[in-house]
Design a binder for this molecule. Sequence first.
Ligand SMILES: Cc1cc2nc3c(=O)[nH]c(=O)nc-3n(C[C@H](O)[C@H](O)[C@H](O)COP(=O)(O)OP(=O)(O)OC[C@H]3O[C@@H](n4cnc5c(N)ncnc54)[C@H](O)[C@@H]3O)c2cc1C
Length: 295
Amino acid sequence: MTDAVSFCANNSIPYKTNLKTKTISTFRIGGTAPLVVYPKDTEQVSVLIKFFNENEYRYKTVGNCSNILFSDEILDCILIKTDGLSLLKVENNNIVSGAGNILSKVASTAMKNHLSGMEKLFGIPGSVGGAVIMNAGAYGAEMSQIVEQTEYVDSEGNTHIVRGEEHCFGYRKSCFTETDVVTKTTLKLNPGTYRDIREEMNAVKNKRVTTQPLDLPSAGSVFKRPEGHFAGKLIEDCGLKGISVGGAQVSTKHAGFIVNTGNATASDVKELIHLIQSEVFEKFGVMLETEIRII
Ligand SMILES: Cc1cc2nc3c(=O)[nH]c(=O)nc-3n(C[C@H](O)[C@H](O)[C@H](O)COP(=O)(O)OP(=O)(O)OC[C@H]3O[C@@H](n4cnc5c(N)ncnc54)[C@H](O)[C@@H]3O)c2cc1C
């Protein structure tokens, strides 16, 4: 991988080698990423992907790693981390944001500019790119309601723009493939009142603090909501709240979360996930599907 390191150095693309992935994941779990690259703009994403293709390197894009369980091993791919895609500008009622900005920062910018539409999304600890990919949502709101257009770079290094329905948003999913890199999104918001927006954001923040185990590392809800049920309720009704495998525990505050109580490994989390899935299936005939992505 030394040629990839030289390529980054020669093209002024920031990078880190042998990064412990637990240091970048909200779960605080992981192994080692041999190379993490931090492109500063769409052009750098494009040249990186072309270089990776020419040299047959596999890559994976990550944002704030708040929905990811990194393996305990050495990753067999290069990570493209989007922190450097940090453009943020307000254009009339729209906000144009680079993929790397954290959602709450963009929501705060919306509030300061008296723009409404992001209140319920405030507090989701993802980047804009990750939130578009996942169609992140909370309390009845989701990204699909405000995303107007998205720029991305495909697996050949070519840049495209998708608009409106072309995003094919669904429950925690969108049109993008594993190898697309979302670089920029335009959010369509509505004029609002600063005080009302702030009050709603505060209410949402308080709700999260009361209902979620924010004092311990996690990746949020581990499972997607199965139709007609709530994953957390099914898990709780199986008597699994609080059970542990190694350092991974079903949160005692919200059974839909698995928390890292200290030294959890990815293997602990995977074992706990399988245990939950089989118990819930046995008792309720519902197969829980994971929302978190495993790298
Ligand atoms: C405490 C807590 C609370 C949470 N609450 C919620 C909630 O209320 N609602 C909700 O929907 N989620 C919630 N989450 C989960 C998570 O924050 C969201 O899924 C978020 O959208 C993930 O964004 P991210 O930048 O962290 O993405 P990552 O975790 O870095 O990546 C998630 C997926 O998106 C891909 N990806 C990320 N960025 C890009 C990009 N720019 N281009 C291409 N692919 C990309 C990754 O490859 C991966 O497949 C919560 C998580 C935590 C820890």
